[in-house]
Write a protein that binds this ligand. Structure first.
Ligand SMILES: O=C(O)[C@H]1O[C@H](OP(=O)(O)OP(=O)(O)OC[C@H]2O[C@@H](n3ccc(=O)[nH]c3=O)[C@H](O)[C@@H]2O)[C@H](O)[C@@H](O)[C@H]1O
Length: 435
């Protein structure tokens, strides 16, 4: 007890507490006691200092602004600065575009192309785990190098979307965020409703309330033609027989677009993409995993119809799709409403963006074999009833007339570029695989 008392610091700095018990001690004992007290004081002070240093060194540093940005999706001043910088056009009359799904295949290519010509681009992506997220992160690096910042978030997040529209006056929204893939819809149907319907509605809600309202261009799909047999598929053909839930959600998106255009005066353009392929593509698509499996010597299943024909797709090269997206943004008329109120009729368009030359999947495999210099272990399988359709074929005359859209890359040329990218990307040669 006394030792503790001995080391108690004075209540008034510079003054010692009078110690009554010390008055009756022999001077020798007093000096001994004083000596022992001083060593204890030194010992405890030293211990205190060690403990203080120990905890000081171990404790994490106070959060610096970049860490705050990581942990706060709405971000602080630094986050806002990045958002504004990324979205600012570099040329006069440049567009200010929010690209959703920016870390996706088409999103990355479109964002880079817009940024290159001087438009302002802000990316949004939720980096979901539908396929390898490291590929999405690699695309994000490409975008960062081009000056495009990606906000990590979901189109279902109303608070985040509103915040983005508070910070930036977007003139255009390129809506590419979606749950893709035809066959996966049987495994995870709700994810399609969540993103392609719920997320889309959420985004349109924010767009219609914005003042001024942005133009919206969004990715529909060739799959809306479903069981249609009239070829080539024209925008005027029936789209009420979807063969997959994916197709049904895209078709629903087209009807939802009509509603927002009709009620709120939003200018909306839907683009029906036909089996887009190319460098930095999606690993869930046949051309991509066929390449992987051929190289590994693994068997691939090639689907054929009940009457023994190979299924066919109007494979469309990514650069042609990018051109179509950009020209759709450029030719779109302004929305007529503002702050949720329609002021007049607004533009509503739907275009096929295809290559207009369907290729049987068996031929796709033949081209890959040649490019990879390796024979595929093919297994011909009947087309499963999982959402796939037998063929697609785009009639692009409407897009040609209205947009000047003209695809220029045939499947052989496009696959050559894809294979070159694939080999360099997966060999780890970052230099060659970058843009
Ligand atoms: O245009 C679209 O809107 C869609 O295009 C794409 O769907 P699809 O045209 O079905 O492409 P993809 O899966 O690569 O199959 C290609 C071909 O290989 C056949 N196929 C497929 C798998 C297999 O194991 N074997 C096979 O023969 C298969 O039967 C098919 O004939 C997008 O994924 C989709 O998100 C959507 O954007």
């Amino acid at each position: 007890m006394s030792s503790l008392l001995d080391t108690t610091p004075p209540s008034t700095p510079g003054k010692l507490k009078p110690d009554k018990s010390a008055t009756y001690l022999h001077p020798h004992h007093r000096s001994l006691r004083l000596h022992s007290s001083l060593s204890k004081l030194t010992f405890y002070s030293f211990l205190f200092l060690i403990l203080f240093l120990f905890f000081f060194l171990l404790s994490p540093p106070s959060p610096s602004p970049p860490r705050q940005v990581e942990t706060d999706p709405l971000g602080g001043p630094l986050w806002e600065k990045k958002v504004v910088k990324s979205a600012r056009p570099k040329v006069r009359a440049g567009l200010t575009v929010l690209v959703t799904g920016a870390a996706g295949f088409v999103g990355t290519h479109v964002s880079v192309a817009l940024k290159r010509r001087g438009d302002g681009v802000l990316g949004l992506d939720n980096f979901n785990h539908y396929y390898d997220t490291s590929l999405k992160r690699a695309r994000q690096k490409v975008l960062e190098r081009s000056g495009v910042f990606i906000v990590e978030g979901d189109i279902n997040d109303m608070v985040l979307l509103k915040k983005l529209f508070d910070v930036v006056l977007f003139t255009h929204v390129m809506q590419l965020a979606a749950q893709a893939g035809v066959r996966y819809a049987m495994q995870n149907p709700k994810s399609y409703v969540h993103s392609n319907i719920g997320g889309f509605v959420n985004l349109l809600e924010v767009c219609k309330s914005a003042n001024p309202q942005p133009v919206v261009v969004w990715a529909s799909s060739s799959s809306v033609y479903g069981l249609n047999t009239k070829v080539p598929f024209s925008e005027k053909d029936r789209t009420d027989q979807p063969a997959s839930l994916y197709a049904a959600t895209k078709k629903a998106g087209e009807e939802i677009a009509h509603t927002y255009n009709h009620i709120y005066g939003l200018s909306i353009t839907g683009l029906r993409f036909f089996t887009v392929y190319g460098p930095w593509g999606r690993p869930d698509m046949a051309y991509f995993f066929f390449t992987k499996d051929i190289l590994k010597g693994k068997e691939i299943g090639v689907f054929e119809t009940a009457d023994g024909r190979s299924v066919a797709r109007d494979f469309t090269y990514i650069d042609d799709i990018v051109k179509g997206c950009l020209v759709a943004l450029d030719t779109a008329k302004k929305s007529t409403g503002s702050g949720g109120k329609k002021r007049g009729p607004a533009q509503l368009r739907v275009f096929n963006l295809g290559n207009t030359s369907p290729v049987p999947v068996s031929r796709l495999v033949g081209i890959l074999e040649r490019l990879l210099k390796k024979k595929a272990k093919k297994k011909v399988l009947p087309l499963p009833r999982n959402g796939d359709v037998e063929f697609t074929h785009a009639n692009i005359s409407f897009a040609q007339r209205e947009l000047g859209y003209k695809p220029t890359t045939d499947l052989e040329t496009g696959l050559k570029k894809f294979v070159r990218w694939y080999l360099s990307y997966y060999s780890g040669s970052k230099k060659k695989s970058s843009w």
